[in-house]
Design a protein around this ligand. Structure first.
Ligand code: HEM
Length: 461
């Protein structure tokens, strides 16, 4: 069997390894390039830390399925999450993860999301009013910032029962603090040494403190409203925390509140931003999507949750622009991956997009062609290759919510407005920027109101 030292990989420097070849914000692009050069299993180093990178979707799926026993999230991620106050189901390992996961699954299951639907319609109506004002004034919309107001309002409504309404707030909104966490987390994850423990970053600390206060506010409000049985995730967690022997602490509850805000904000908003950008650049697909939404009532769950062509657009967007292009893991014991001996705790980097844009697996792999996802269009299962929500026991529990939010926003946007333009800062293609999640840089959306709204959002609208 091969050892890591036998694997191909980019040549590095004695102490720094490949550090100088890596620009963190495009780490995924560099690693994908290396995978084309060195193959589906290769090695590189960040400082003294040795990484094994995987690009084969079958190998990646096998590793992801071997959780929680064989692999877990990295120890550094868990430590940073503890320091920054979001140690929850995403960063937890072992028994702590086992205790939290079922509660989170129940909080985001389809039946629960369906019962939240009337509120989702309300939040979408507010979002539409915000865009109506921008359309009437002819102002350019900061696309990602607006989408994040929507996703945070939805997550807080569903998971905490709190109507925070950042969509209609002009004050200092919680997103201003959330926005700082992922970049700081990402820099710390990649750093060769934990420099922030010796030189604390006061700015980041201020945002962490502000978020801690907001989280305490959500918990206090939920405690005041508690019902039996619990109505949402935060109530279920508080009830479990108060049950003797549950093993859940105040920190677990707070850590999960922040985890949900973080996990639900950027991911869904950036996927939507990518989708709006891609559709704008592909007029035939845009026309087909508009035609589909023009035939649905947006206050009907069954109709909005169906939308097969929008569903295909979502899948195609996530294939080309997965907002989580890299997943990092560590084996819990000495193991073997694709014929290579991998010692316990080695950093394993899964390149989630490599297979999804490989011409041997998809015809015209780089092209945006949503129709390839419609039933019968593809012989083999593309879902096995494109895994934007991960795979196995730690598969994203927020995926039903994310997909419903995306369908709702697309239906509102395309049935009520004309997309005037989706501009990038330099007029070229949107740049990919990785800071834990992968976002398009600086998209500006211009909207015009349609002459006649063809689909009412709610019966009273
Ligand atoms: C388009 C939107 C989204 C994408 C692409 C996405 C993607 C992912 C991915 C790739 C993972 C890691 C899965 C793995 O390790 O196998 C994950 C985990 C997770 N996601 Fe999402 N996500 C999205 C939306 C959401 C939303 C809306 C929420 C909740 C509000 C959420 C909550 C979580 C949580 C709690 C985990 C950790 C699960 C665990 O470790 O057990 N996600 N997501």
């Amino acid at each position: 069997m091969k050892r890591i030292a036998d694997l191909p990989g980019p040549r590095g420097l004695p102490i720094l390894g490949n550090l100088l070849q890596i620009d963190a914000s495009s780490l995924h692009l560099i690693a994908e390039k290396w995978s084309r050069q060195y193959g589906e299993v290769f090695r590189f180093r960040i400082g003294r830390r040795q990484l094994v990178a995987l690009a084969n979707p079958e190998t990646i799926a096998a590793v992801l399925r071997e959780r929680p026993d064989g692999f877990h999230r990295t120890e550094r991620l868990s430590a940073i999450a503890r320091e920054m106050g979001f140690n929850g189901v995403f960063s937890a390992n072992g028994d702590a993860w086992r205790r939290q996961r079922p509660m989170v699954m129940a909080g985001f299951d389809p039946a629960h999301i369906k019962s939240y639907f009337p509120m989702l319609v309300n939040v979408t109506e507010r979002f539409s009013r915000r865009w109506q004002r921008a359309a009437a004034a002819g102002t350019a919309i900061d696309l990602q910032a607006d989408l994040m107001r929507y996703t945070v309002d939805v997550t807080a409504g569903l998971a905490f029962g709190s109507d925070i309404n950042t969509l209609e707030s002009e004050e200092d909104v919680i997103q201003a603090h959330l926005d700082k966490i992922f970049p700081a987390l990402f820099t710390r994850l990649l750093a060769p040494v934990p420099y922030w423990r010796w030189f604390p970053d006061r700015k980041v600390e201020r945002h962490v403190v502000a978020l801690r206060r907001a989280v305490e506010g959500f918990i206090a409000q939920a405690r005041a409203r508690m019902s039996n049985p619990p109505r949402n995730l935060i109530e279920a967690m508080i009830a479990a925390r108060d049950t003797p022997g549950s093993g859940l602490t105040d920190d677990d509850v707070a850590g999960n509140v922040l985890t949900m805000l973080l996990a639900g904000e950027d991911t869904t908003a950036n996927t939507l931003a990518w989708m709006i950008y891609l559709l704008y650049r592909h007029p035939p697909a845009l026309a087909r999507a508009r035609d589909e939404v023009s035939r649905v009532r947006l206050d009907r769950y069954e109709e909005v949750s169906a939308l097969p062509f929008i569903d295909a657009c979502i899948n195609e967007t996530m294939r080309l622009k997965p907002v989580a292009p890299i997943l990092m893991l560590q084996p819990t014991r000495d193991t073997e991956i694709a014929g290579v001996q991998v010692p316990k705790k080695t950093l394993v980097m899964c390149l989630m997009r490599a297979g999804a844009i490989d011409g041997r697996r998809f015809a015209d792999a780089k092209a945006f062609e949503p129709a390839r996802w419609l039933s019968g269009a593809q012989a083999s299962s593309p879902k096995r290759v494109s895994m934007p929500f991960g795979a196995g026991p730690r598969l994203c529990p927020g995926r039903y919510l994310a997909i419903l939010e995306m369908k709702m926003v697309m239906a509102m946007l395309l049935s009520r407005y004309e997309i005037g333009s989706v501009a990038t800062p330099d007029g070229g293609e949107a740049r990919e920027h990785l800071a834990f999640t992968m976002a398009p840089v600086g998209l500006r959306l211009r909207l015009a109101e349609k002459a006649r709204a063809s689909a009412p959002l709610a019966r009273s609208a």
